[in-house]
Design a binder for this molecule. Structure first.
Ligand code: AMP
Length: 286
């Protein structure tokens, strides 16, 4: 695996791979790799002959400077992990390679950026995400790009932007990888203190309780969320949001009828965690 820092070198590497008849897979990340990230690289490896992993802690998607400042960074460890699961390139550009002086263009996926994370983090968060993903797709020009269901709203926004702007890329959204106790893997988990780490799995327990209730035939959103909320209360968790929305439009739903995203966000001290499940009346979680 080689580490590349410039767009020119990345394009050269991708061009050579394509000339050799390989499909190009892209896995955008902000580093601090865990098995969630590595599952995306492994999936890309299965699908593509040439796998580019990007490592860029994108400043424009952080709404809190403290969150950006202490975001975990360990490029050497990440490079070793990416290589161990078969990445061909780790693209780790400097901030001014991605945002040259005078940078002025942004991409916004209007309505999908407003609810849930948009309410708490502001719409500039997904403007930052959509802009950097647009740039990474243009830089690497992959055939396929891989994202995690853990960030469900982000995945939906990326699917929409790829469709709306006619990017010639197939987007694959891979399942959320969890710790043994159900906590969704996240780079931010390492920032939790011991007590918060003990309480945090209540988020997934609440989501799984909703899934089970739906699978058992309860389609009333108020009722199933109330059940989930009782699990949060046991651990003293007041979520920033805990909502059931259409998995396609993110509009709130009252009755579960079709694919529904149940999403949660909560703070543990200064660490913010998110998680979600997709439920569908009669079929439970996926
Ligand atoms: P991040 O480095 O947090 O920006 O994440 C990079 C990619 O990994 C995104 O597509 C995330 O959705 C995905 N990802 C993060 N955590 C997980 C997880 N626990 N399971 C699956 N994918 C994940």
């Amino acid at each position: 695996m080689i580490i590349i820092r410039t767009v020119t070198e990345l394009r050269d590497a991708v061009r050579a791979a394509r000339a050799a008849g390989k499909r190009v897979g892209l896995v955008p990340t902000m580093g601090a790799f865990h098995q969630g990230h590595l599952s995306l690289v492994q999936r890309a490896r299965e699908q593509c002959g040439f796998v580019v992993v990007t490592l860029f802690v994108n400043p424009t998607q952080f709404n809190e400077s403290a969150d950006l400042a202490r975001y975990p960074r360990d490029e050497a460890a990440d490079a070793a992990l990416a290589a161990s699961v078969g990445a061909d390139v780790l693209f780790a550009p400097a901030v001014d390679e991605v945002y040259p002086k005078g940078f002025a263009t942004t991409v916004e996926v209007a309505a999908l950026a407003e609810p849930l994370e948009g309410v708490v983090r502001g719409t500039q968060h997904f403007r930052g995400v959509a802009t950097v993903v647009t740039k990474l797709l243009n830089m690497a020009q992959p055939d396929e790009a891989f994202f995690g269901q853990k960030d469900a709203q982000q995945a939906l926004i990326i699917r929409r932007l790829v469709r709306d702007l006619d990017f010639p890329v197939r987007i694959e959204v891979c399942p959320t990888v969890r710790e043994a106790d159900g906590l969704a893997m996240s780079s931010r988990n390492t920032l939790l203190d011991a007590e918060s780490r003990r309480r945090a799995p209540a988020l997934s327990r609440a989501l799984f309780a909703v899934s089970k209730a739906v699978a058992d035939g309860d389609t009333n959103v108020d009722a199933v969320l109330k059940l989930g909320r009782s699990i949060l209360i046991e651990e003293g968790i007041e979520p920033e949001y805990f909502a059931a929305v259409s998995a396609e439009t993110l509009a709130p739903v009252e009755v579960i009828d079709g694919e529904t995203l149940v999403a949660i966000a909560a703070r543990f001290g200064s660490v913010r965690l998110i998680d979600n499940v997709i439920v569908n009346s009669g079929s439970g979680a996926s």
